[in-house]
Design a protein around this ligand. Structure first.
Ligand code: UD1
Length: 335
């Protein structure tokens, strides 16, 4: 079985390639290195002992996408390639709409023309906005997006809905909660460009002395300790969800042409919970201060994972401490 992984050198993509190869799949990666490094290919090879096929090009280059699909037959496509910085998307919305949606359209069109099926899409819990009920099920209403980035995820789901209705194409959209951590080997992990915006890379960089202090954005949320709550999932658990979703499509076990699954742990953790868990996992004290809320942040989001448990037979296995310990070991590898 051969699988195409777009964005396969990125954070979630690289971990998914490792799990695919460990499971016996042949992998071909398309990545334009816009937010990843070629060294990741060597690191994947060193973890699994197998070098994946690698094609470096931009998915906005439609002739190249068509040529690829005409000469490569795959059993499934896992599509990660997209821009993901929320703040940048607010400043450069057209870049985000063009890149995230243009590449999706090119891949889907090429799939239809070359009659290839089975598409796994990286969606996000951001489509729920601030959901009214916790934990969040897949039936929770979709709320207006807080950012152009979030909107590209919502629109992509709509595109998949219309496309799977009109054509014989099967797809699963995985709505990720907050992916964190790194591979236990510390050979692959998250490579934030510049100052990280996400909590965990900021935590590990602060502990490593790169930043003096972590800012905790708000302690006046209506939560038990006043800080905002998220569902932090280990990236290796998340990667494994892609394998079971892909097998579901390959084995024709999907119930509808397009299915959605929440991929989280089901457990909400506050920012202070994360800080304490980090301190426990690493035996390091973290310097932090409380500052005002960050604009656009929601109070809480954590997943109801019943559907993923029952339908996919998937469940997260690693704890928050596991993820933070792995993130820390990865940080220590960075120069
Ligand atoms: C963010 C994006 C989301 C995207 C996800 C990808 C926003 C508003 N949302 O989610 O669309 O899918 O990343 O990983 O950017 N925090 C601090 N101090 C920090 C950084 C974060 O206190 O220095 C807090 C935040 O206020 C939040 C929590 O930590 O409560 C998690 O933040 P983050 O890691 O940025 O993820 P999200 O905001 O949930």
């Amino acid at each position: 079985m051969k699988v195409l992984v777009t964005g396969g050198l990125g954070f979630i993509g690289s971990h998914t390639v490792v799990e695919l190869q460990n499971d016996g799949f042949k992998v071909v990666i398309i990545d334009n290195l816009s937010n990843s490094k070629i060294e990741v290919l060597e690191q994947i090879t060193s973890i699994t002992g197998i070098k994946p096929q690698f094609e470096e090009f931009n998915l906005l280059d439609k002739p190249k996408v068509e040529a690829f699909f005409n000469s490569n037959k795959v059993d499934g496509i896992i599509h990660f390639a997209a821009s993901k910085a929320v703040g940048e998307s607010v400043e450069r919305p057209l870049l985000y709409y063009n890149n995230n949606l243009g590449s999706l359209l090119n891949v889907l069109e090429a799939m239809l023309v070359s009659k290839q099926d089975n598409f796994i899409f990286s969606s996000s819990c951001t489509v729920y906005g601030q959901a009214d009920v916790m934990p969040i099920t897949e039936n929770a209403p979709i709320k207006p997006a807080e950012s152009p980035y979030g909107n590209t995820k919502k629109i992509a789901e709509d595109i998949l809905n219309d496309t799977t209705n009109a054509h014989s194409l099967n797809a699963i959209a995985l709505r990720y909660f907050n992916p964190i951590g790194a591979h236990p080997s510390a050979k692959i992990g998250e490579l934030p460009i510049g100052v990280p915006q996400n909590l965990i890379p900021y935590v590990t960089q602060t502990a490593a002395g790169i930043h003096e202090q972590l800012s905790v954005f708000g302690d006046d949320y209506p939560t038990p300790d006043g800080t905002a709550i998220r569902d932090y999932i280990h990236v290796v658990d998340l990667a494994k969800a892609h394998i079971v979703a892909l097998k579901r499509l390959i084995e024709n076990k999907n119930k509808t042409a397009l299915e959605f699954f929440n991929i989280g742990t089901g457990k909400g953790s506050s920012v202070l919970d994360v800080i304490y868990a980090f301190e426990k996992a690493t035996n390091k004290k973290l310097n932090y201060k409380i500052v005002p809320r960050r604009a656009g942040d929601i109070t809480e989001a954590y997943a109801d994972t019943t559907l993923a448990n029952t339908e996919l037979g998937w469940k997260s296995e690693k704890s928050l401490e596991d993820a933070l310990g792995d993130a820390w070991r990865w940080q220590l590898q960075q120069k």
